[in-house]
Design a protein around this ligand. Structure first.
Ligand code: GLU
Length: 354
């Protein structure tokens, strides 16, 4: 069928594109796509997150890959079971099914970060032992005072690296004696580079990055650390997420480097703006999945609408795409890096169609 040929052609192009990128010999099969949606259960699912989930799902389904759901609940104070329940319900209503996740398990589980603490401690210990991380005894007050100093001097605040200079044995003794200590990564590189699948070649100078915290003094792993351990261990091939995470990527690349792991591909999706061109938020009215459902928006309409928020099919003009057309045509090549403006009228127009 035409769709069959189209799908084959797109797969072929995609394979060539990725094998060039990974410098694999031509004709080498693309590694099986594994992507994840990794929400934090700290509130109701916002359209921005729904679009991230949708793009990951479309990419996985287009390539016959795996879509995993991972719950990032290391922020114990803000994470709630109720939000996790609602999240799963919203995704099901939205029509996205996952192959691995907290409710169904899978070969790389557990799929809740709160249940993966042993893994985070293990690698933190390894990084300290190999000299790539160190204990930091600076108190919150000390750090805040330093921050204020930097701001006053008109500099971008970053950790001074005071505890990096401590003798490792002495630091280990203090830690064993019960002194509260965070674990920090030593940033050794002067800059970070990756070829973003949406933004193209991206470079960050380390000057803006202090040694990042991997594990906080009370034992909670930091997002930038846990995410790397999990993405690597779950064999994620493509990290597709909002561009609010672009500045986190260099910190994550530093963790990959320290552990000697190959980073995945990164694709950072543009910000969604309201009609007034400011970041879409509650001020703009309904932005949670739940509120759209209550408003009578159909999941097919929302899926079609959100797919077009930053992506367009190869012909650049088709607006009505059935679920199977979306899967057949989806490709990271046609994602725009400019911010997408949320258009309620268009959503309602699509809803009337469905
Ligand atoms: N928990 C993060 C978030 O919800 C995940 C970001 C990522 O995909 O790496 O923003």
């Amino acid at each position: 069928t035409n769709t069959g040929i189209l799908r084959y052609a797109q797969n072929d192009t995609a394979q060539r594109f990725f094998s060039n990128l990974l410098s694999l010999p031509q004709g080498h099969p693309m590694p099986k796509v594994r992507v994840r949606f990794a929400p934090s259960p700290t509130g109701y699912v916002h359209v921005g997150n729904a679009r991230t989930a949708l793009f990951n799902w479309l990419f996985a389904r287009h390539h016959g890959g795996v879509f995993a759901l991972r719950i990032e609940d290391t922020d114990v104070e803000r994470s709630k079971e109720e939000y996790e329940r609602q999240l799963l319900e919203d995704l099901r209503w939205f029509g996205l099914d996952w192959d691995e996740g907290p409710d169904k398990g899978g070969p790389y589980g557990p799929y809740r970060q709160s249940e993966r603490r042993a893994l985070y401690s293990e690698y933190a210990a390894k990084l300290i032992a190999q000299g790539d991380a160190y204990y930091c005894f600076c108190s919150a007050e000390q750090l805040e005072a330093e921050r204020q100093e930097e701001l006053k001097a008109g500099r971008q605040p970053r950790y001074s690296g005071r505890c990096r200079k401590l003798d490792a044995e002495e630091a280990a003794r203090r830690k064993t004696a019960g002194e509260p200590a965070a674990v920090r990564l030593k940033i050794l590189e002067s800059s970070f580079f990756w070829n973003d699948l949406v933004h193209g070649p991206t470079v960050f100078s380390s000057e803006v990055i202090g040694d990042p915290i991997l594990v906080r003094s009370e034992g909670n792993p930091a997002y930038n650390y846990a995410v790397v351990i999990d993405d690597h261990q779950m064999e994620i091939t493509h990290v597709i997420r909002g561009d609010d995470h672009i500045s986190n990527t260099p910190r994550q690349l530093a963790v990959y480097r320290a552990l000697g792991w190959e980073p995945p591909e990164f694709a950072h999706l543009s910000t969604i703006l309201g009609a007034d061109r400011t970041r879409l938020s509650k001020r703009h009215g309904a932005t949670s999945m739940e509120s759209f459902r209550e408003m009578g928006i159909l999941p097919e309409a929302l899926r079609n609408y959100l797919a077009l928020l930053g992506w367009s099919p190869a012909d650049g003009k088709t607006e009505i795409l059935s679920p199977s057309e979306l899967v057949a045509q989806f490709s990271l090549d046609h994602i725009t890096k400019s911010p997408a403006v949320f258009d309620n009228d268009k959503l309602h127009w699509l809803n009337r169609h469905y």
